[in-house]
Design a protein around this ligand. Structure first.
Ligand SMILES: NC(=O)c1ccc[n+]([C@@H]2O[C@H](COP(=O)([O-])OP(=O)(O)OC[C@H]3O[C@@H](n4cnc5c(N)ncnc54)[C@H](OP(=O)(O)O)[C@@H]3O)[C@@H](O)[C@H]2O)c1
Length: 245
């Protein structure tokens, strides 16, 4: 019997390429997003293996309904909580609604999926949570996005601790810049930008190897971590300088 994964945010970007990567390796892929048309196109590529799941993750009742309708024998070997959004904000007029939308999807929906899907994981299964390197260093206009990713990274690390005896492995995924519709909107230079197919391969191989944390591209992770070793005042000055360039 083939292994099974549920991937959220599978209609586009990292999630879509990861869904394709897993399907190519013979996995059964439950591909979740809101866009039924995009999921149907994805399924057409691997009709036997990809199962579209049209759910808005900010509607926890809809997610619960789908989960309850699912055959009780269906279990996931891996769950990849990847769906997320990025909205930039202006400090001079902080947009609370943008913060609410960002935290609703990037944080609360992840918690809600975790609660609903943990019982669906096989013994020894993996729950993988996609955060971001964005919270390693202060970036301009990223108050909402960076804060949401800092929150979810903490959530994943803490959850791992508390699930240690359950046999469920929690993997925290913190990508740098990946070429997807999310970053194609950016108007600044993105160092070490990685194609989404490559990110998908990193995720597949990393989860297969039982890694607890994945960071790619590694060069960006090293760079940002090195900047964090600087004295705090110097780090703040550097962040301010980067904002101006
Ligand atoms: N790209 C990067 O450089 C980068 C870097 C670090 C971290 N990340 C993280 O990686 C993840 C994927 O990002 P991406 O770049 O692949 O973005 P993307 O191409 O914009 O894809 C986002 C996915 O999330 C789904 N989604 C959005 N709102 C949803 C909702 N309410 N319910 C269900 N699904 C929803 C979208 O599908 P529908 O619109 O069809 O619902 C889409 O499939 C995000 O968590 C992002 O923060 C990305």
């Amino acid at each position: 019997m083939s292994s099974t994964i549920l991937i959220t945010g599978a209609s586009s970007g990292i999630g879509r390429d990861t869904a394709l990567y897993y399907a190519k390796q013979g996995w059964q892929v439950y591909a979740l997003a809101r866009s039924a048309d995009k999921l149907a196109q994805l399924q057409a590529l691997f009709p036997e293996q990809i199962v579209p799941v049209v759910v808005d993750l900010t509607d926890s009742a809809a997610l619960q309904h789908w989960q309850q309708q699912l055959d009780s024998v269906i279990k996931f070997d891996q769950v990849l909580l990847n769906a997320g959004n990025c909205e930039y904000v202006e400090a001079s007029a902080l947009d609370l609604a943008a913060f609410e939308r960002t935290f609703e999807l990037n944080v609360l929906a992840v918690v809600s999926c975790t609660k609903l899907l943990l019982p669906r994981l096989t013994a020894g299964g993996t729950l993988a949570i996609v955060s971001s390197m964005a919270h390693f260093f202060p970036f301009t206009r990223a108050e909402a996005y960076g804060a949401s990713k800092a929150a979810i990274s903490y959530f994943a690390d803490s959850l791992r601790l508390d699930l240690a005896d359950s046999g469920i492995r929690v993997c925290l995924i913190e990508p740098g810049f990946i070429d997807t519709p999310l970053t194609q909107k950016n108007d600044f230079s993105m160092p070490f930008l990685m194609p989404a197919e490559q990110a998908a391969a990193r995720i597949f191989n990393g989860l297969h190897a039982g890694k607890l944390r994945l960071r790619f591209p590694r060069r960006l992770a090293y760079l940002l971590k090195t900047l964090n070793l600087l004295p705090y005042n110097l780090r703040c000055k550097l962040a301010a300088k980067m904002k101006q360039t």
